[in-house]
Ligand binder design. Structure first.
Ligand code: URA
Length: 283
C-alpha cells in the first residue's frame, strides 16, 4: 500500500486522488456522471474511441473522444455523499464541466416512461449539500449546460421535459415510498404529490449535491435523467429511456465544446447573438 501525501490531502505524489484513482492530466474538462458503474462502458460505447483509466469501489472512469471531443465518464455511485467525493476529486484533476446522466421517478402523469427530464435546479433533500452551505443557497444547474442538453434533445428528436428536480438521500422513505413493513413517518407521506403540486417534475438522488458543489467551486453542471418510474401511474420499467439520456448527454458535450471554442473559455451561459455573429448554426 502506497503512502499518501497526508490525511487531509489524500492523494499520492503524482496527485492521484484516493477514491477515483485519477491524477491531473488523466481526464479532459467534460465529464459525464452516471450513478451506476455499469453505465460507464455503455456511455463510452457511443464514442469514437474509449479506454478504462480507473476502477476503484463505485468509481469507474473511461476516457475517450466523442465526435472528436475529449470526454470522460465517471460513475458516482448512489446519493450525495458518494457524488460529492467524485466531484471534489474530479475538480482536483482538471474537470470543470459535469453532466449527470441518471434515472429518475417522474412526479407528473404526463411524463411518460422513457421521457427525459433536464433539470434547471434541484430541491435539496440531500444531506451532503447542507454540510457545504446553508439550505437557503439554491442548487441550480448552469444555464449553458441546460441550453446544451435542450439543444441535444431537440437535435436527436427525443421527448424531454425541463424543470425543477428533487434530490433525496433516500430512495424509499425520503421519496414517499413505504419502508420495510410499511414504515413511513408522517412527514414523508405524500411528499411526491406535494412536490408535484409546486411544479417539481421528478425525484432522483444526486443532482442537488452536484449543482451545489459546482456553484460553490465555479464549475458547470447539468443533469439529464431518464424516467424509469412514474409515481402517479405507478409504472416502473428499469432501463426505460436510459439510452436516450446517454445519447443526449454525449451530444451535449459536443455542443458545449463547439460553443466553448467559438465563445472562448467555458462560459456559464450562452449568448445566441454572439454565436450567430460567429456564424454558428449556418451549417
Ligand atoms: N431513481 C430515484 O431516485 N427514484 C425513482 O423513483 C427512480 C429512480
Amino acid at each position: 500500500m502506497k503512502k499518501l501525501k497526508s490525511a487531509s490531502s489524500p492523494e499520492d505524489a503524482q496527485g492521484r486522488q484516493y477514491h477515483i484513482e485519477l491524477k491531473p492530466g488523466d481526464i479532459p474538462r467534460y465529464v459525464l456522471l452516471p450513478g451506476d458503474p455499469g453505465r460507464v462502458p455503455k456511455i463510452a460505447s457511443f464514442w469514437d474511441e474509449a479506454r478504462q483509466v480507473s476502477g476503484h469501489r463505485e468509481y469507474v472512469t473511461y476516457v475517450g473522444k466523442y465526435k472528436g471531443v475529449g470526454i470522460a465518464a465517471t460513475s458516482t455511485g448512489i446519493g450525495g455523499p458518494a457524488t460529492a467525493i467524485a466531484v471534489e476529486e474530479l475538480l482536483r484533476v482538471g474537470a470543470d464541466t459535469f453532466i449527470r446522466v441518471g434515472t429518475t421517478g417522474a412526479l407528473k402523469k404526463e411524463i411518460r416512461l422513457g421521457d427525459l427530464v433536464i433539470s434547471t435546479a434541484a430541491v435539496r433533500y440531500d444531506g451532503t449539500s447542507k454540510i457545504y452551505v446553508d439550505i437557503e443557497y439554491p442548487a441550480v444547474a448552469t444555464p449553458a449546460v441546460v441550453q446544451a442538453l435542450i439543444e441535444a434533445a431537440e437535435t436527436l428528436g427525443v421527448r424531454y421535459h425541463v424543470g425543477i428536480t428533487a434530490s433525496s438521500d433516500s430512495f424509499y422513505i425520503g421519496q414517499g415510498r413505504p419502508g420495510y413493513r410499511g414504515y413511513l413517518p408522517e412527514r414523508w407521506k405524500g411528499i411526491e404529490r406535494r412536490l408535484a403540486e409546486v411544479g417539481v417534475l421528478n425525484f432522483e438522488m444526486e443532482a442537488a449535491t452536484l449543482f451545489t458543489l459546482a456553484n460553490i467551486y465555479g464549475a458547470r453542471a447539468g443533469a439529464v435523467c431518464a424516467a424509469i418510474a412514474n409515481r402517479v401511474t405507478e409504472e416502473f420499467i428499469p432501463g426505460a429511456g436510459v439510452e436516450d439520456a446517454i445519447r443526449v448527454a454525449n451530444e451535449a458535450v459536443r455542443i458545449l465544446s463547439e460553443w466553448d471554442n467559438i465563445l472562448g473559455g467555458p462560459p456559464k451561459h450562452i449568448s445566441y447573438v454572439a454565436l450567430k455573429k460567429a456564424g454558428w448554426g449556418k451549417g
